[in-house]
Design a protein around this ligand. Structure first.
Ligand SMILES: [Zn+2]
Length: 850
């Protein structure tokens, strides 16, 4: 069955559900093609509701029976579900439906992955399991019975009874249906325990398919670290006797925070030194923390409606970022977060998909699990903390937990606890939730021999549906340095609330040098008319690690933009300043590795577009390559030293120190490979005993035009490991020359291990295609056509993944008329596909409206 005509849902139209649920009992009789789901739900009229219509969501369900208070119910099928006449008093609803998990390739609701049953209900998957008010503000306690032949039968909460082929679970905490989960399969567990601060023992398990049990130890430790951190930092204790995590191979998202039974994409939980890179380990640690933290921010306090998604996601991303900063290097974590924000959220906010952190309308909520809701949503929490201070933040969050535990809450509720506990008016701050677009912060300096003045102004370009915007509250962290590099004023927070405002600093006998937007104190674009000398000074002296890195980044950016637009050679001042930083071994290795990086090609395309210049992907590619070659030449003596000094003797450990050293050694290797033809990389490949070193060496070899033999050996070694093979697929596309990207991708789609039904594999291939800037935008248009062809093929199978990947086309208006015409034709081809899903239709419509 395909979707009905699209309807738009508006935030302003919210009304409460007409009934309250006093208990849910579900029975699952599992069978791959014909699972029976029996529901028994106690309803009573909601005195606060005006709409008394009894409507239950239901999609792709075969109804066997339906009854109210034991009598067969007269059920009417309506768009998206059913309606029935019910008594104006408490009553019991009972239904039996049949569903087909085997054929559920959309991976929403109950489906099968490698012979195991699993569920994904957020946002609106539960309606594919049984009839239910599938909305987050309807919360209930669930009791779940599972009958099946599988060895392991799991659901939310605590086990009530278990025997062969049977299990009964009870979740005492009321929850919305999107947090429901069921897993059944022949699984093995990696067990652990955690004792909470009040002395309760909690059993922990990571459940995996046989063969993966040796990849769980790291995830288990990350879970324990997360539980401890949430007690120490937020005072939040776990609230059940059991916490289960299950690894699933076919999964649309990264992971899902179902109460007491988190379901993870296996790529986000399984790890071993031989098969996972340092980046994988760090990501797994952060995602396990994120899903665990949802137990309080998301589950105990959930969202009233899906417009409030950022209430749980922005806050929980902010919490997992704090956790990573505490466990690892805070400056490195901050720079990584900003790179992600600029890489994914800024382009979204500058194009046709721009939307506020809290959208006002949607057709398909799955399309709003975006970088804006998640990453910009986290930045908004960070700004709030900066504005009120650490102590007031903690007090307000405590009040939030006290006041709203058990609630389905709103952004208004969240802001109210800050207003009540600090006395501060957050009316203007709230615009961060309703304005789309990235504000520009412009700085002008003035000095009169004593007083140094910063003139700050803000503006935000028009975005879809929002032409004019009122000024926002922007916390601007500023420090002042003396010309000899000493800090003469430690970081202060300036609150910019007007369109233009001036801030004076008196008593400066010499003109100070400002360091502005320290630690990236707000998600804005900083415009500062300063010269290279100033940037080089900040690169050498800024005491704020973020801004020191940013100074180098800006020099690299300006060097690249000059090369692209005027053919200028790479900037010598940048290379000299960078060399000094790289030689400074008081700086940690991970930080220096980040310093060695440079803006991505798509970031450069975005900057050119903003400056009114049509980006030429070939010129951008050439300039980027030239700068890397210039680094390889300029640091010819230094790079082998960095490589050598950061080799590690002894066993592999994915900790911050070890992974930092490997990241610097590998960054050096990638430049060395530009001059030695891959000789050192071949050496590293041959002796590598962990995936970080093996994959980096292979990547350098391919980049150097070598590595054929190693590529084949890699496939031979890892063909049985799906997660490692995803890397093998991606790498070949990422390292292909721009004119070969489409051809390499096509060849890989013909490989027997390419399976479009597996979202990880599809993303490994098509994601790499769309992220190779010069390859995707190659003038032949071959990559555009290839991606469109596969999106059209995937849409009937998995609309959610298809819709998300359409965003590869979101920047189409940036480019020259020839490329625009080609991309527009592909967008039309997708739009005109028969029976296009609601998910994909909404995305294509929004992208085409640019
Ligand atoms: Zn989340």
């Amino acid at each position: 069955m395909r979707d009905a005509a699209p309807t738009t849902i508006f935030l302003k139209d919210y009304t409460p559900f007409g009934f309250i649920i006093d208990g849910v009992e579900l029975t699952f009789r599992l069978a791959p093609k014909a699972t029976r789901v029996l529901s028994r739900i106690k309803f009573r009229p909601n005195p606060d509701a005006t709409d008394k219509r009894f409507f239950l969501h239901g999609e792709s369900l075969t109804r066997i029976s339906a009854a109210i208070d034991g009598k067969s119910a007269d059920v009417r099928d309506v768009d998206g579900g059913i309606e029935a006449d019910v008594p104006d008093a408490p009553f019991v609803w009972e239904a039996e439906v049949e569903i087909n998990p085997q054929d559920n390739t959309a991976l929403e609701g109950l489906y099968m992955s490698n012979g195991m049953y699993c569920t994904q209900c957020e946002a609106e998957g539960f309606r594919k399991i049984t009839y239910y008010p599938d909305r987050p503000d309807v919360m209930a306690a669930f009791e779940v019975t599972i009958e099946g032949n599988e060895k392991v039968l799991l659901s939310n909460g605590n086990p009530l009874s278990q025997s062969q082929g049977f299990a009964k679970w009870q979740d005492p905490w009321p929850k919305p249906a999107y947090l429901f989960a069921l897993v059944a399969g022949d699984l093995l567990n990696h067990p652990g325990t955690f004792t909470t601060k009040s002395g309760r023992q909690v059993d922990l398990n990571i459940w995996v398919r046989p063969g993966d049990e040796n990849k769980c130890a790291f995830g288990m430790q990350a879970l324990k670290d997360s539980m401890k951190w949430d007690e120490d930092v937020y005072g939040r204790e776990y609230d059940l006797d059991l916490f289960n995590i299950v690894a699933v191979d076919d999964f649309n998202m990264g992971a899902m925070e179902n109460k007491g039974l988190n379901v993870f994409n296996s790529s986000c939980v399984l790890a071993s030194p031989e098969t996972s890179t340092d980046g994988n380990f760090e990501r797994i640690e952060a995602i396990i923390a994120h899903e665990y933290f949802h137990n309080w921010t998301g589950n105990r306090i959930t969202c009233r409606d899906w417009f409030q998604l950022c209430l749980k996601e922005g806050l929980t991303v902010y919490r997992d970022q704090q956790f990573t900063a505490d466990l690892r290097s805070a400056p490195v974590a901050r720079i990584s977060n900003v790179l992600a924000l600029r890489g994914r959220q800024f382009p979204e906010d500058q194009g046709p998909l721009s939307h506020p952190v809290r959208p006002k309308s949607f057709q398909e909520i799955n399309n709003f699990y975006t970088a804006t809701v998640y990453e910009k949503g986290a930045e908004v929490i960070g700004m709030l903390k900066t504005l009120v201070g650490d102590a007031a933040y903690s007090k307000a969050v405590d009040l939030y937990f006290d006041r709203h535990d058990g609630d389905a809450a709103t952004i208004e509720d969240w802001l109210q606890v800050f207003e009540d506990s600090t006395g501060r008016d957050l009316g203007q701050f709230k615009r961060w939730y309703s304005h789309s677009g990235t504000p520009r912060l412009t700085v002008r300096e003035e000095y009169d021999g004593d007083t140094f003045t910063l003139h700050l102004s803000q503006s935000t370009a028009p975005t879809p549906g929002q032409d004019e915007k009122l000024p926002q509250v922007i916390p601007v962290a500023v420090g002042l340095l003396s010309p000899n590099g000493d800090e003469v004023m430690a970081t202060q927070i300036l609150e910019l609330t007007e369109a233009e405002q001036s801030f004076r600093f008196e008593g400066h006998a010499t003109r100070p040098i400002p360091s502005i937007l320290r630690d990236f104190s707000a998600p804005v674009i900083l415009e500062q008319d300063i010269d290279k000398t100033r940037r080089a000074f900040l690169l050498a002296h800024d005491t704020d690690p973020f801004n020191r890195w940013e100074a180098g980044r800006m020099l690299a950016r300006e060097s690249l933009l000059a090369s692209i637009t005027t053919g200028a050679a790479p900037d010598a001042a940048y290379l000299e300043g960078l060399g000094a930083v790289l030689r400074d071994d008081t700086l940690d290795a991970a930080y220096r590795a980040l310093m060695l990086g440079q803006p991505t090609q798509s970031e450069l395309a975005g900057l050119l577009h903003e400056a009114g210049i049509t980006p030429d992907p070939e010129a951008i590619h050439t300039a980027s390559e030239d700068l890397r070659n210039a680094k390889a030449a300029a640091f010819g003596d230094l790079l082998p030293v960095l490589y050598q000094d950061n080799q590690i003797d002894g066993p592999y450990s994915p900790d911050a120190d070890g992974s930092g050293k490997r990241s610097l050694a590998n960054a050096a290797l990638s430049l060395i490979s530009r001059t030695d033809g891959g000789a050192l990389a071949a050496e590293q490949y041959a002796k590598a005993d962990n995936m970080t070193l093996q994959l980096a060496a292979l990547s350098c070899l391919l980049d150097a035009g070598a590595g054929k033999e190693q590529l084949a050996a890699f496939e031979q070694q890892w063909h049985g490991d799906r997660l490692v093979m995803d890397k093998w697929f991606s790498l070949q596309i990422m390292q292909a020359k721009p004119d070969q990207v489409a051809e390499v991708t096509t060849r890989l789609t013909q490989h027997p291990d390419f399976d479009m039904k597996n979202p990880n594999r599809f993303r490994a291939v098509m994601g790499a295609l769309s992220m190779h800037h010069a390859g995707f935008h190659h003038k032949s248009g071959a990559a555009y056509a290839l991606l469109a062809e596969w999106l059209i093929k995937l849409d009937p199978v998995n609309p959610q993944t298809t819709a998300r990947m359409c965003s590869a086309f979101q920047t189409w208006k940036r480019y020259d008329p020839a490329r625009q015409t080609m991309m527009s034709a592909e967008l039309d081809r997708i739009a005109n596909t028969k029976d296009l899903s609601r998910d994909t239709n909404e995305m294509i419509t929004r992208i085409r409206s640019a």
